[in-house]
Write a protein that binds this ligand. Sequence first.
Ligand SMILES: *Cc1c(COP(=O)(O)O)cnc(C)c1O
Length: 382
Amino acid sequence: MQQMDVSARALRHNISVLRGVLTPATRLAAVVKANAYGHGLSEVVQVVSELVDWLAVHTPEEAAAIRALGVAKPILVMGFAMPEQLRLLDDGCHLVVSSVEVVTWLGELRQERGVAIPVHLKVETGTNRQGVRSENIPELCTAVQRAGLQVAGVAMHFANIEDTLEHDFAREQLERFRGAIEVTERALGHRPPWIHSACSAAALLFRDADFTLARVGISLYGHWPSRETRLSWMLEHGTEALELEPVLTWRTVVGQVKRVPAGETVGYGRSWRALRDTVLAVLPVGYADGYPRALGNRARVLVQGVPAPVVGRVCMNIMMVDVTDIPGVRVGDPVVLLGREGAEAVTAEELASLSGTINYEILARLSPAVPRRVVEGTRSRP
Ligand SMILES: *Cc1c(COP(=O)(O)O)cnc(C)c1O
């Protein structure tokens, strides 16, 4: 038994915080790729779609899933897609492109089905991921026009804005981006309406990156992109930290309570030994659910709002925690794996640092098979 609660109040709060920092005219795209960073696509979309201007995803399949919810918002599809995927798009979907091949496929789609997908040129400014180099922009613009399509936007993505307090490279990327916008403008004879570069870190730190649209993911869900981003914010704004509110609470229940005599070991590999007579709670959650195996013998969960250490290895569907110091734990008692309970919280950042990754990965890998539900606040129980 597991449950993920998505707080509507926290989502609304984070959106209003982000709107508060962005230039007022800049539109806000909620990035809901990867099952809305593990929060649940339909749960998040049903709360945020009326509060943001765009939804942004990686694949046409994700765009189609949003349409299936009855949501008519403009959708920005940011990833590479093959022709059979492109057929899933309607003309309220814009596609980020960086190659002539994809533009050709969109042209064929327009011929076959009469669906003209507006394109946004992803330009290379130093990340060397997707992106067209400045010198190739004119030919890409020509290909778009030949295909009978519109260049509706120009986009870039930062390489290291989350990783450092030194934002020289981000500024350099912005400078190159401005150059690429001019090249595009000359090639088309006009400036496309949608110019975007900002992810969460840029939205929080960089007014120069606002342009006409910001694509915000991690901070929508109540997380700082990194410690460095938070520190940069504080260096700029004083100790007054901006309060983002984590949206997700992951709960389970105690599946068994058992006594383990001192000297016995717990779990696969016998990696934990009881140094005292121990009371163990066995939880029906494991790495198949997205709880990283690397957290064995490292992390803690909250039982009755009290931290209980994870002992032994995390199994595929089961894990064990030490509740010796928490009296009266019973089968069926609620457990918080990730989130707040009373004064205590287990954060995605804590689990990330204990397992050698980033908060993004902890969230994005939460299994879509775990039931999600929207709750108003963060307090509700399974
Ligand atoms: C995922 C993604 C974002 C959102 O980044 P966050 O750091 O989560 O805000 C923005 N732009 C692109 C192109 C992305 O792939």
